[in-house]
Design a protein around this ligand. Structure first.
Ligand code: ATP
Length: 225
């Protein structure tokens, strides 16, 4: 059975992520889903008014959120490396490890998929993993609305049946429907920054962690350099 790979910033992890991974495991017939929090996201400007949420905090929140689900594992490799994460080198690291040639399926939301041509060495992705694209509110998945280079891959590699994912180690693209949840980490950070409740958008254990560490709330005084 193929293994799902789910990378993200998870700043913080929320129910959209959890349902994506759970529904992917069911509909794509995955052996499990390996969550890989990014080390240092390069693309995300830090809001100067908010305290910095460390990679270690994001990793801890993913561990809390996924605890108790036997299909989920967490890979801390990118956080421990403490350097910017790029998906292709991450997949190469997995290929070099145990069970290197097993089929792997990179799980992405429709917004992340459309942005793939901006990723470092993006076309090598197709030699390292299959891609499974989850529908996300506001982000249609169709060749006409994708960047042309990605649309060409989409047309060529699209597989209608997830059963095909088990037949080769990499190179196919599938889409899958998931419960549509218009939740985002951006929305949760904004709620917390404004003193509003994020309850029912992310697990209670993660909210308790955020509260205990005073994450995502404006600091009363400038933080030390
Ligand atoms: P932010 O709002 O900070 O950009 P995010 O909520 O999009 O964050 P990420 O950690 O950037 O979360 O996303 C990791 C992966 O999860 C991406 O592939 C993204 O498309 C997907 N994803 C996040 N939220 C959803 C959702 N509500 N539905 C479907 N996919 C989602």
């Amino acid at each position: 059975m193929p293994l799902g790979i789910f990378g993200g910033t998870f700043d913080p992890v929320h129910l959209g992520h959890l349902r994506l991974a759970e529904e992917a495991a069911d509909s794509l017939g995955l052996a499990g889903v390996c969550w890989i929090p990014a080390g240092q996201p390069t693309h995300r400007a830090q809001d100067a008014k908010l305290p910095r949420v460390t990679a270690a905090d994001r990793l801890a929140m993913v561990r809390l959120a996924t605890a108790g689900n036997p299909r989920f594992t967490v890979d801390a490799g990118e956080v421990e490396a403490a350097v910017p994460s790029y998906t292709v080198p991450t997949l190469e690291r997995l290929r070099a490890g145990p069970a290197g040639t097993r089929p792997r399926v990179l799980l992405v939301g429709a917004d992340a998929f459309a942005g793939m041509p901006g990723w470092h060495r993006w076309e090598e992705l197709f030699t390292l993993a299959h891609i499974a694209v989850a529908h996300r509110p506001g982000f249609p998945i169709d060749a006409a609305s994708l960047p042309p280079a990605l649309a060409a891959h989409y047309r060529e590699r699209r597989a209608e049946s997830p059963a095909l994912l088990a037949e080769s180690p990499a190179g196919r693209i599938v889409t899958f429907a998931m419960t549509q949840l218009a939740v985002s980490a951006t929305q949760i950070r904004a709620l917390l920054a404004n003193g509003r409740s994020p309850r029912y958008l992310l697990p209670d254990s993660v909210i308790a962690y955020i509260r205990s560490r005073h994450l995502y709330t404006p600091s009363p005084e400038p933080s030390a350099p």
